[in-house]
Design a protein around this ligand. Sequence first.
Ligand SMILES: [Zn+2]
Length: 718
Amino acid sequence: MNTPADLSTSSTPAHEAIQPGTAIDNLLAGAYLAADALPPYHLLNPQQVAPAIDALIAQAQACLNAVVSAETPTTWESVMAPLTSATERLGRAWSAVHHMGGVMDSPEWREATNSRLEAVTRFWSALAQDPRLYAKIKLLAQAPDVLGHPAREKAIANSLRDFRLGGAELEPEAQQAFAEMSARLAALAQKFSEQLLDSTNASLVVVDDAARLQGIPEPVRAAAKAEAEKRGLSAPAVFTLQQPSLIPVLQFATDRALREEIYSKNARRASELAEEGPSHDNTPVMGEILALRQAQARLLGFANAAETSLAAKMADSPQTVVGFLRDLAQKARPSAEKDLAELKAFSRQELGLDPLAPWDISYASEKLRQSRYAFSEEEVRQYFPLPSVLNGLFSIVKTLFGVEIRPLLALAPAPVWHNDVQVFEVRRSGDTVGHLYLDLYARATKRGGAWMDDSRGRRQLRSRLQKPVALLTCNFAAPTDGKPSTLTHDDVITLFHEFGHGLHHLLTQVDDLEVSGINGVEWDAVELPSQFMENFCWEWDTLHGMTAHVDTGAPLPRDLYDRMVAAKNFQSGLFMLRQVEFSLFDMRIHAELANLSSENPEQAGIAIAKVLAEVRDEVAVIQPPAFNRFAQSFSHIFAGGYAAGYYSYKWAEVLSADAYAAFEEAGPSQYSIVGEKFWREILSRGGSRPAMESFQAFRGRPPKPDALLRHNGLAQAA
Ligand SMILES: [Zn+2]
């Protein structure tokens, strides 16, 4: 009796039900897969990965075969409960492997990960397309223990939707065609990225005279010198089109011709006009990608590829998104025009640049920012020692959601992968609701960036409640010489952001894992809690309360705060319009170019360029030069997962700003009351109901962009 189903519902802790001495027992150190013990990361070791993952895949496969059989009763308890247990165990084990690779990188962890990556990927994609499972889940929609359970109904609906989007409803011939298109699309996405990379690497800007390097920061010059040496060139500097080389030249180089050269080469990348010629032209690749997406959409019965993309998102139709974007553009336009007028006047008067050319914009903007909106990041960070910031963060979530976060100090041995990691207990209304691991300092073995990982999700088992565990990883400067780590204001925002994801995961009240916490939340709504938390980093009272100068203990001075806010809103109108331009272009090509032919990719590519030109005419206040081939390097939508989804950046910002505005309207004395409602209607619900329903339940109306515009200094006097 060691099927996964028995483990999840057994009255003994899960690890006790595992046969001692098995591979899984070894890897997961007994308790790792338990429903209640803290996951003992200190015991994980890469040698155990291969046998354990093999065993977990075999168990999950056996469980799948069992639940789809005709003899298995069509109930949630007989099908979903055991299958979720089996796949959860594999998912949790694999996420631990992935986590260890990300925070304790070593040749051993890399090898362990790579040795099973393909097997795990193969298992998940086969599961997502298993026709026997699809047939069974269809029947489950009417099961007695599903009907009347909204969370389970939602989980089943999500699953059926994903099967359909994968082509499960198609006739065999169409299914075959669909699969071939998917394979071709994967290859084209790869080709798009490769050509872009090759074209980026094909162009160089060689500077023969050191006098032309004026204005460029010393480390960038040193890198450019090293680049020249690497290539065996005697020139004092060679710049590439890679971001760390390109951006500082555009921002700081006093030599206008140098800026023009690098701008022009960059803007023509991966197009027929590229410096190296048309050999890496992405135009036909884009055309074929879009044509195939449209063909797949037609097979699935959608009018266009934008509809396919939105089927699993919060926004209900391409028209809604287009209307949303045009509204933002219209409201941000006056500010953007003001930004541009200010920039032009400054460039003319202070820099002698008239007219302002496209390659002057970053340079002039940087000069303008420095002269009118600059403040020292180094000065600011002295006010944000990590312990004060954490106290401030914990205190605001206590006020908002009644959540108490306490360090677990007396753990021996601590269940952590590194000594820097702290473990916290998360309590609400006197109960422990979950645990949080914080790993905040940068180190050589850690992947860059910041993220929240789900170690274990909330789930009601037959005899007990499995409580969530969140892992929060950042890359802040480590403490030195007895002085605490100090954070830049951007670091503080990052911490609040990831903590918001953590709260979404930890404070859920949903009992079914498929839709608890962040599981099953629509892709364009999942950033709501994280971006919501960022707002408190701009609130004077909150910020003031969590600052203490690392030497004097003094709080953040008001005038420094005012300068930070002014800098935040610098050129926010121009920035907003640029984001809207990209988003509208993305949505319109997927919604409007519904009948492209993959037989004629070149022509499809031209149709795409035409839409881009229309969008620019409509939205942009700064018209790029005719040779600018932005679309040919827009990887997010052609090679990444953002097709007809780029709008979600702005969408989530509107949701989070509007949610936060409910707190502003009520005022700090009412934070607990509004916070309780935010928890009840949004955080606690996870993916158990549509995000729009949750938002409206909280706000009492659909989302409005006004708060976002106001927070960005874009509000217009009516
Ligand atoms: Zn996020």
